[in-house]
Design a protein around this ligand. Structure first.
Ligand code: BGC
Length: 736
């Protein structure tokens, strides 16, 4: 792999083999030269043993990267770098490998320039729409195994910032508006990554809930609100997965940048959550040496603006204790041992594109959410449909992906313009998974024709002469830009209206970063949310449209009717013309305060509090069958909710049954919150009893004086149903 593996790792591997096979003899012989290679020791012990052998300079070497490298044209790239987003040289003489990390939010980034292949998974929000922790684990496994095959030993991904604003440009990388759902999905994803012996990361810690002014926005939020919302998502994900790393974010929180925020890093993350891994900064998210180090930042990325000479001086001057440097290094080393990257380093091999595509397709099938299906328009019947108009969204060639550092390179180049060999930040990239081809395969006897979105007249003409019209509507979203509105861009609303006027059987398939408004909703018969569906997306969309797969996804976020219904109809700080915000990075003059008016009542809670009816509620998602909920019993002693679920329709399906709880009045939170759910597969006519245990933390409020969770005495309303606005059963839980 590089200089380390040749000189040190191979001899150490040989040494371990020798020790293993000659165990009896070895008992009497000398101790291993590197006692920290003893796998029976704890990661902390192993880290301490290495630390004891390290010089000051070696320690300093581990706490920062070597620069922007391949991310910035013209910057030097160290020879041993694997050409990912970051590189930290290891300590060869002690058998500590280099850390080579790659962005991998929805698949491994920047594979293209190295002629590597990487699977594009459905977006993170799509994954959340599955409500399936097994799917999340698989998602992480795909990322982990492809990183390993490409020679990386660390992933950066695992975005879990909760959706406060549906216009956040990075919502597609995250897991929606509910902290408990998001925490479980991303925690399981990180477990999947680490199961492949790759260091995992969870980001962007914390309150990085918009891209507008992301480096200068100072989010003001009280502790209770933070802990019950944004930080709860992190708490769940971090405790579930014990990730190697947490990336602190660009923004400020209550006056301090997140990467030098003592409350966020030392007090909450490390003390309260018990996080044992290391904190790395977002790229150029470090703003000081002593302040950041003392606040809990362990590694500056990508370079050494503050954690090189600056940190050395701060240590020499006594501003940062040596023990703090040791703690930083200990955390990095213990994460390397704990995740297995020392014992089982990556072995380069050819990424399996077929396995990746199958996995991506499986996750996509579960992620699709059927929002509307008037008159049982769907599923389409291949035997009886004669002509289908496929309109817009480049559905003839592929599916859209999200941009920025989550961008995965498309095999063969951008499907809509193969001359663009690799992905470019700010340009929509389509992947070669054509929904139209999938539709034609599923309806071999039908005439399937395509019209682009640009020519509304031609599209309308085609729709008028076809039995069914399927419009693919797209919304490209990317890191660093929030769109100003919820509207589909490029006059697609007008296109849909025109097509729907020409054909009463119009179905809209949305490929979007998140929620969008639908002024045409009453004139179309079906709407399917496909998110960014990944490399198996075309096939998954076809299978759902034709009922080969019965849709089971449910919304992980509220779809508002218009911006006027959102807590903030306009995003404060929105720059003129949505200029990318990185330019303003270090200029404190641009800083502005941000208070999210909804506070704890984010997402669906806001809509309940304000008694506003959303276009589609959190948790909503239709199926081709029907389910009946009955026989609710709340076992107060064991805090378990029991009920019966029956498939009353004619086809097999999987229902995501949801449990919400409204806390007693003393909580001051007069709205329901999701506290549990289960995916229940059911054959036609089949009935199952479902038990959902209630985690006391999820029923609690955060008590600031004791810095802990508090279960208030009183009566809790328990609501069970198919969505936050489709409650079938209610009961109560008494807490004494
Ligand atoms: C993003 C991070 C990303 C990093 C490295 C930053 O712009 O905010 O999510 O990991 O770049 O590419």
């Amino acid at each position: 792999m590089n200089r380390v593996s040749k000189r040190i790792l191979i001899p150490s591997a040989v040494l371990m083999f020798t020790l293993g096979s000659l165990a009896c003899v070895a008992q009497k012989t000398a101790k291993p030269a590197m006692p920290w290679m003893d796998r029976s020791l704890s990661p902390d012990r192993r880290a301490d043993l290495v630390l004891g052998q390290m010089s000051f300079d070696e320690k300093m070497q581990l706490v920062h990267g070597t620069g922007w490298g391949v991310l910035r044209a013209g910057d030097p790239v160290p020879a041993a770098s694997n050409r990912g987003a970051g590189y930290i040289p290891g300590i060869q003489r002690l058998g500590i490998p280099d850390i080579n990390l790659a962005d991998s939010a929805v698949g491994v980034r920047m594979a293209g320039p190295e002629s590597r292949y990487a699977t594009l998974l459905p977006s993170g929000l799509g994954l959340a729409a599955t409500w399936d922790t097994d799917a999340a684990n698989l998602y992480g496994q795909v990322i982990g195994r492809e990183l390993r095959a490409q020679g990386f030993n660390m992933s950066i991904g695992g975005g879990v910032d909760v959706m406060r604003d549906p216009r956040n440009g990075r919502n597609f990388e995250y897991a929606g508006e509910d902290p408990i759902l998001a925490g479980h999905i991303v925690g399981e994803l990180a477990k999947g990554v680490q199961s492949q012996h790759v260091m995992g990361d969870i980001k962007h810690y914390a309150l990085n809930d918009q891209e507008t002014g992301r480096s200068v926005v100072d989010v003001h939020m009280d502790k209770r609100t933070m802990r019950e919302t944004d930080l709860l998502a992190f708490e769940i994900a971090i405790k579930m997965s014990e990730p190697a790393a947490v990336m602190c974010s660009y923004n400020l929180v209550n006056g301090d940048h997140a990467c030098e925020n003592d409350y966020l890093l030392n007090q909450v993350l490390k003390k309260d959550f018990g996080f044992k891994g290391f904190v790395l900064s977002d790229w150029e998210g470090t703003h000081s040496s002593a302040k950041a180090a003392n606040a809990g930042l362990d590694m500056e990325m990508p370079g050494e603006d503050y954690f090189g000479a600056g940190l050395k001086k701060a240590i020499a001057d006594g501003q940062v204790p040596m023990a703090r440097l040791d703690d930083m290094v200990h955390r990095i080393l213990r994460s390397m041992f704990a995740t297995g990257v020392v014992d089982d380093p990556p072995v380069r091999s050819v990424v399996d594109p077929f396995k990746g595509r199958d996995d991506a397709r499986h996750i996509a099938e579960e992620s699709l959410v059927l929002l509307k299906n008037a008159g049982a328009q769907l599923p389409l019947k291949s035997a009886t449909v004669h002509s289908i108009a496929v309109i817009g969204g480049h559905a003839d060639v592929g599916v859209l992906s999200g941009g920025g550092s989550a961008q995965v390179d498309a095999p063969g180049g951008n499907a809509i313009n193969p001359k663009e060999a690799t992905a470019q930040w700010g340009k929509p990239v389509y992947f070669p998974s054509s929904p139209m081809m999938a539709i034609q395969r599923l309806a071999p006897g039908a005439k399937v024709a395509y019209a682009g979105a640009e020519d509304v007249a031609a599209a309308t003409k085609l729709a008028a002469s076809s039995e069914v019209a399927i419009v693919f509507a797209t919304q490209y979203m990317t890191e660093s830009i929030d769109p100003a509105t919820l509207s589909l861009p490029d006059n697609q609303d007008a296109l849909i209206k025109a097509v729907a006027a020409a054909n009463p059987h119009t179905i809209v398939v949305l490929e979007t970063g998140g929620p969008v408004s639908m002024p045409w909703i009453d004139s179309v018969s079906g709407v399917l949310a496909a998110w960014y569906p990944g490399i198996g997306g075309g096939e998954a969309i076809g299978d759902v449209l034709f009922g080969v797969v019965n849709p089971s996804g449910k919304l992980p976020a509220t779809f508002a009717r218009t911006e006027a219904d959102l807590p903030l109809p306009q995003i404060p700080g929105m720059l003129a013309a949505n200029a990318p915000v990185q330019d303003m990075k270090t200029d404190p003059h641009h800083q502005f305060e941000m208070t999210y008016p909804e506070g704890i009542a984010l997402g669906y809670r806001w809509f309940e509090l304000k008694q506003r009816k959303p276009l589609f509620a959190f948790g909503h998602g239709l199926s081709y069958t029907h389910y009946k909920y009955s026989a609710l019993k709340v076992d107060a002693g064991n805090r378990v909710v029991h009920f019966q679920l029956t498939n009353t329709g004619a086809v097999p399906g999987t229902e995501i049954a949801q449990v919400y709880v409204t806390l007693p009045g003393a909580s001051g939170e007069p709205y329901q919150r999701l506290v549990g759910w289960e995916r229940v597969p059911l054959m036609p006519g089949q009935s199952k009893s479902v038990d959902i245990a209630l985690n006391p933390t999820y029923l609690s409020i955060f008590d600031v004086p004791t810095a802990g969770w508090k279960l208030l005495p009183g009566e809790y309303k328990v609501s069970v149903g198919a969505a936050s606005d489709a409650i079938a059963l209610t009961g109560s839980l008494d807490v004494h």
